[in-house]
Design a protein around this ligand. Structure first.
Ligand code: SAH
Length: 227
């Protein structure tokens, strides 16, 4: 039987793997937002990992994507997306596009996503991949995301997919009224996901779950010399 890339049989096999991922890794761990679960069921994660890891794309962990970076564990992608409490009309900024997988999940849920990536090859690959998958509501920019992206601000949601030593002030400044920022904060090895909310010009911070991300490198992040 023909099981090569692009065949119906292969498509079915990956769809079944996604369904299992949603049930076992997400629903069982209390991801409840039906729109988030549907987005995770839809985005073809196997097309965001290097071809040699394709058979592992729906496993319960991060994978290497080259340039010493990783595509996050599916559960962490779903959790951070759920924490953003998104609405369909929202505009979202993502820092650390990497493979573009998280970017695609966000684009399934909101009107517009601006994604920032500091490594040129990753930014270019993600841009091509997302456009070949037909996403028209995503802009990928190569820049230092610790500065945010002021020209398209403010944002209803900001998701940072790399670990910061502290919450970069430019990101807080670029949150819309009622906006949510989800970011791992800590050392290079231990971090906690924080959710920062702007409400009537007050900033609320919640410290949620321990995680481990690659470092956020830039002006308001870790310095490049350390890595
Ligand atoms: N969401 C991605 C995660 C990639 S890992 C995925 O699921 O594939 C984190 C990414 O953050 C890396 O690609 C890294 O290059 C990028 N990054 C680190 N510091 C950054 C910065 N200051 N601005 C933009 N991207 C940054």
């Amino acid at each position: 039987m023909d099981d090569s890339p692009g065949t119906d049989r292969e498509t079915d096999r990956y769809a079944a793997a996604r369904e299992r991922m949603v049930k076992k890794q997400l629903a069982r761990r209390k991801i409840v937002n039906p729109y988030v679960l549907e987005a995770m069921r839809t985005v073809p994660r196997h097309l965001f990992v290097p071809s040699e890891y394709r058979h592992m794309a729906y496993e319960d962990g991060p994978l290497s994507i080259g340039s010493r970076q990783t595509i996050s564990q599916p559960y962490v992608v779903a959790l951070m997306t759920e924490l953003l409490a998104l609405n369909p009309t929202d505009r979202v900024l993502e820092i650390g596009v990497g493979s573009g997988y998280q970017t695609a999940v966000l684009a399934e849920l909101v009107q517009e996503v601006v994604g920032i990536e500091r490594i040129n090859v990753l930014a270019n690959q993600a841009r091509e991949r997302l456009s070949s998958l037909g996403y028209e509501n995503i802009t990928v920019i190569k820049a230092d995301g610790t500065l945010g992206y002021p020209s398209a601000a403010p944002y209803d949601g900001i998701l940072v997919a790399a670990a910061a030593p502290s919450v970069p002030q430019p990101l807080v400044d670029q949150l819309a009224e009622g906006g949510r920022l989800v970011i791992p904060v800590g050392t290079s090895v231990n971090q906690v996901i924080q959710r920062v909310r702007r409400k009537e010009d007050q900033i609320h911070v919640e410290k949620l779950i321990p995680v481990r991300f690659v470092p956020l490198i830039g002006e308001h992040g870790f310095s490049n010399d350390a890595y």
